[in-house]
Design a protein around this ligand. Structure first.
Ligand SMILES: NC(=O)c1ccc[n+]([C@@H]2O[C@H](COP(=O)([O-])OP(=O)(O)OC[C@H]3O[C@@H](n4cnc5c(N)ncnc54)[C@H](OP(=O)(O)O)[C@@H]3O)[C@@H](O)[C@H]2O)c1
Length: 288
């Protein structure tokens, strides 16, 4: 049995999925920034009798180098990865930029998922039924802002998350195209409104909206029940988009191969800056 790697696995939906896979007997590695939450995960796993299979890595995944460190740690510790869940998120009502120079939400919600999807292909390829779950837009979001991918103009925290979710839909398309001979299934999931921590820094208006969402959202347990059927084998093909437990048609105008290829190219160019650290992207994106 291979390992399960979950970014955002210290809280919310990711944490609940981590418990499911621990119960099933997997090694589970959760990733987050809070050491306290990581330790709580280990303690809870120990109470389940699975402490020896529970692992925690502290990483700020809005940083390029932290994603690389995680990829290195995972590939060293786990030759086989069965499931990769990409669930780290953090809302910011005010635009900020990482020390790598990327808009923070774009870096965490999109670039990290790009890096980890491509960077963990090798251990995933060794699994019998490998799957990546990326919480994308599942076709529910607006257009790509090609002229302003990092939202320098007209930034709004909610829009920023929606925009990154749209980019992740295209990541799913390009990933399955680039790794066309891989057995890895890519599942894009929009869970709907789920009562979680909604971690973030909110302005007053958005904070009020979030407070309302926390009253009307579904439980994490209900959300997990809608997600799991699409992760478990046999699955529904290489690329699947799911909205609140219901499969969404891969509408060509949204899951657009041309736009996906364009985004992949733009992303590679953006990441070329620290080229010496990012050689593996070129390797996985253009297999010999
Ligand atoms: N909840 C909803 O209503 C909803 C709706 C649509 C989509 N989704 C998607 O579902 C997924 C899970 O959401 P959730 O609501 O369950 O999340 P959540 O409860 O808010 O938890 C967020 C997770 O992300 C981690 N995280 C935040 N910033 C990070 C960083 N810089 N580096 C590494 N980890 C970081 C947090 O860990 P630390 O606290 O340890 O840093 C935490 O584990 C997300 O992709 C979200 O966009 C959720």
């Amino acid at each position: 049995m291979g390992a399960v790697v979950i970014t955002g696995g210290t809280d919310g939906i990711g944490r609940a999925l981590a418990t499911v896979y621990l119960r099933r007997g997997h090694d589970v590695l959760v990733v987050g920034r809070s050491t306290r939450k990581g330790q709580e995960f280990i303690t809870a796993a120990t109470d389940l009798g699975a402490g020896d299979r529970a692992h925690y890595v502290t990483a700020d995944l809005s940083r390029i180098g932290e994603n690389q460190r995680l990829i290195q740690a995972v590939t060293t510790a786990f030759p086989v990865v069965d499931v990769l869940v990409l669930g780290a998120r953090y809302h910011r009502s005010t635009r900020t930029v990482t020390s790598d120079g990327f808009e923070t939400n774009f870096a965490l919600f999109y670039l990290s998922r790009f890096l980890l999807s491509h960077g963990l292909v090798d251990p995933l390829n060794r699994a019998e039924n490998p799957v990546i779950l990326n919480f994308g837009g599942a076709g529910q979001t607006g257009p790509v802002r090609w002229d302003d991918l990092q939202l320098e103009h007209r930034y709004h925290g909610v829009d920023a998350m929606g925009h990154s979710a749209r980019l992740n839909d295209l990541l799913g398309v390009s990933f399955t195209t680039i790794h066309e001979d891989s057995p890895i299934r890519y599942v894009l999931n929009h869970p709907g409104v789920v009562v979680t921590s909604f971690a973030g820094e909110y302005d007053a208006v958005t904070a009020a909206q979030v407070a309302h969402l926390k009253q009307v959202g579904k439980t994490v347990a209900d959300s997990v029940a809608q997600i799991l059927p699409y992760l478990d084998p046999p699955g529904t093909g290489r690329l699947t988009a799911v909205l609140e437990g219901v499969r969404v048609p891969l509408e060509p105008s949204i899951f657009d191969h041309g736009a996906a290829a364009r985004l992949h190219e733009v992303t590679e160019r953006l990441l070329v800056k620290p080229r010496d650290q990012l050689e593996f992207i070129g390797r996985t994106a253009h297999p010999a």
